[in-house]
Design a protein around this ligand. Structure first.
Ligand code: FMN
Length: 173
């Protein structure tokens, strides 16, 4: 049977919400994913860095910028043994400097996505998907990368309607 995996990266702690910094327990992308889990049958996998970025927003900004500049592939805390059982992967991540966090590249490059569909979902504060969709195409050659869904991170809790429509457009619900 066709199975779906929701793989996501999300960072809690200090973030920037429409003009103010705030500490949160659950990151924006994870809030969207938690809502999505109620909408369709899917397994989930959280992409986590062995050495996570700082809880302090401005430090995290610098660390992520440096990792992008150096094109690093941070080690993850865990890796699924295989993605063979999934025909669709919903890949959810925040926009970091116009693309995905480098840990998402680590995840994508580890597996063979040939013949699988990837549905990108990107939370952001104004840059939309950035160039993440073309970066996914390069990192996962052979995958069919569908049109992504951009969600404003600070409005993650209200994204349900847009997510539902996107899943329906892709015949997942
Ligand atoms: C390191 C870093 C870089 C970011 N770069 C961008 C950016 O280039 N464009 C943008 O619109 N938002 C950017 N943001 C805002 C995040 O994409 C947004 O807050 C997102 O919803 C965070 O998701 P999370 O809480 O699940 O980690 C950045 C945030 C961080 C921490």
């Amino acid at each position: 049977m066709a199975k779906t995996l929701i793989a996501f990266f999300s960072r809690a702690d200090e973030n920037y919400f429409g003009g103010a910094m705030r500490y949160v327990k659950t990151g924006n992308t994870e809030i969207v994913v938690n809502g999505m889990k109620e909408m369709l049958p899917a397994d989930t996998f959280k992409i986590e860095m062995k050495e996570p970025y700082s809880p302090v927003y401005m430090t995290c900004i610098d660390q992520a910028k440096k990792d992008l500049k150096n094109n690093v592939r941070p080690e993850l805390t865990a890796y699924p043994d295989s993605l063979d059982e999934y025909d669709t992967v919903i890949l959810a991540y925040p926009n970091y400097w116009g693309t995905m966090p480098m840990a998402v590249f680590t995840f994508l490059e580890r597996y063979d996505f040939t013949g699988k569909k990837i549905l990108p979902l990107c939370t952001n504060e104004g840059s939309g998907m950035g160039h993440s969709e073309s970066d996914i195409r390069k990192a996962a050659p052979g995958a069919e990368v569908k049109k992504g869904l951009a969600i404003t991170g600070s409005r993650a809790a209200n994204a349900g309607g847009a997510v539902k429509k996107w899943l329906a457009d892709n015949n997942l619900i």
